[in-house]
Design a binder for this molecule. Structure first.
Ligand code: HEM
Length: 179
């Protein structure tokens, strides 16, 4: 008898299985995000996150430059600050769908498609999400839950990055020739 075939599994089943987002992870992701949004002012958090990204990976600012010589670096920074706020809101939307894998994966794929089109590489996305994870776990400030949260968020981000790689390599999972 040959090896068991998982060809009946859908793309999202395969990803879910590989990344093993368990029920415990699901509950940790949802409750940690709730904590994040309930207890803090999103604008202040996004400003902190912006400063951290600029400090650790200043090279990402090149994607936020304006064309034309009359624009200043403060206008570029404003564009980046807006983006960090959008990032936090979008991550919240995606995490909110963790119990619904087809939607969660569809949202991740959409994000990957729009960012691959902007020329952002998998490595850049990986560095950015690593900064986000450290930032997120620190902000929650619950040392006794740190290991558990880091583990669950690593799986979530791992899924996002896996999808990013597939999109970058033009292997869209819900490939739509019109996209
Ligand atoms: C978890 C990671 C990220 C999330 C959730 C996210 C989310 C978003 C969203 C929702 C938008 C607006 C809609 C769109 O164009 O798709 C956007 C725009 C953009 N993102 Fe991201 N992003 C992420 C990471 C990154 C990274 C790592 C870079 C660059 C290194 C980047 C650069 C941009 C740029 C240049 C725009 C257009 C901004 C503008 O036109 O003002 N993003 N992002």
């Amino acid at each position: 008898m040959g090896a068991a075939c998982d060809c009946q599994m859908s793309a999202e089943d395969t990803l879910r299985k590989r990344e093993s987002i368990t029920l415990k992870d699901t509950s940790c992701l949802l409750s940690s995000w709730k904590n994040f949004t309930d207890d803090a002012d999103m604008k202040i958090l996004s400003l902190r996150f912006f400063n951290l990204v600029l400090e650790t990976h200043p090279e990402v600012s090149k994607y936020f430059e304006f064309t034309g010589s009359h624009y200043s670096s403060s206008q570029r920074d404003l564009k980046m600050k807006t983006h960090t706020l959008i990032v936090l809101h979008r991550l919240g939307t995606i995490v909110g769908q963790v119990e619904n894998p087809p939607i969660m994966i569809g949202l991740m794929e959409k994000l990957a498609k729009s960012h691959v089109k902007k020329g952002i590489t998998h490595d850049e996305m990986e560095k950015f999400t690593a900064v986000f994870m450290t930032f997120f776990v620190e902000q929650i400030n619950k040392p006794h839950l740190q290991a558990e949260m880091t583990d669950s968020w690593s799986k979530f981000v791992g899924t996002l990055l896996k999808i990013y790689k597939m999109v970058e390599e033009e292997k869209g999972i819900f490939a739509n020739p019109n996209d």
